[in-house]
Design a protein around this ligand. Structure first.
Ligand code: 8X3
Length: 250
């Protein structure tokens, strides 16, 4: 049984991935910021597979290191798979109107948080000469759209860091890849629009957006390839979406 550590596991793509991997017999280390939700999830999924939960904010590098280093018991002491999923968007403003707080949040979570978690886990993969890292990027990491500026910048950074990881970890038999979803119906837009539910709901009206489960199944596909196959870079869109700006709405 392989052990997968998932960040941002209590909602959206992370939650669907946790559930899908539990159904497919992966032991799980589920990370998030909400202890209550993590505990509920553990109760649900540990009926199928071993589950450990870690409550921390990926922005807090001391907490990241401390929590991950606390995984001393089998099967959690050997992380075979790292899914860097935690990430979000804050605001959708032109560059001259953006808020520094929003910019800090996106760079700190999407870029620095991903690096902190990876920094805590890569050495054990390197020493064992085995591992699989999947970074959840975005179509925003492939093209820049109006008002996406810093969010797109953070996801372009994820794109570059994924390639950098793959290059540098090549000597150690570690697979590194990215799954880049387009529009997925999660609380993404609610966070981006700071709780403005009406505006968030409009984003997904008039077409069938990707669902978190759709992305979880793609992640499972990447994880379940034979050891010599690495899905290096995969973009997944709903049928109605052709690019970040071309979306067919009814
Ligand atoms: C989410 C996709 O188009 O809202 O990363 O940037 S988009």
């Amino acid at each position: 049984m392989k052990t997968a550590l998932i960040t941002g596991a209590t909602s959206g793509i992370g939650l669907a991935t946790a559930q899908t991997l539990a159904e497919n017999n992966y032991a799980l280390v589920l990370c998030g910021r909400n202890q209550e939700k993590l505990a509920e999830l553990k109760q649900e999924l540990s009926q199928r597979v071993p589950v450990e939960i870690l409550c921390f904010d990926v922005r807090d590098k001391i907490a990241v290191e401390k929590q991950i280093n606390s995984l001393t018991k089998a099967p959690f002491n050997e992380i075979d798979i790292l899914i860097n999923n935690a990430g979000n968007a804050h605001g959708l403003d032109p560059i001259d109107k953006g808020s520094l707080e929003d910019w800090d949040a996106m760079i700190d979570i999407n870029v620095k948080g991903l690096l902190y978690v990876s920094h805590a886990i890569i050495p054990q993969m390197r020493d064992r000469k085995s591992g699989h890292i999947i970074n959840i990027g975005s179509t925003a990491g492939k093209e820049v759209y109006p008002n996406g500026n810093v969010y797109c910048g953070s996801k372009h950074a994820v794109d570059a860091i994924t390639t950098g990881m793959r290059l540098d970890l090549n000597p150690y038999n570690i697979r590194v890849g990215a799954v880049n979803p387009g529009m997925v119906q999660t609380n993404f837009s609610e966070v981006r629009f700071k709780g403005d539910t009406e505006r968030a709901e409009k984003v997904y009206q008039g077409f069938m957006a990707l669902q978190p489960q759709d992305v979880a199944e793609v992640i499972l596909f990447a994880l379940s390839r034979p050891p010599h196959v690495n899905i290096a870079d995969l973009t997944v869109l709903c049928t109605a979406q052709a690019s970040s700006t071309i979306l067919k709405k009814e």
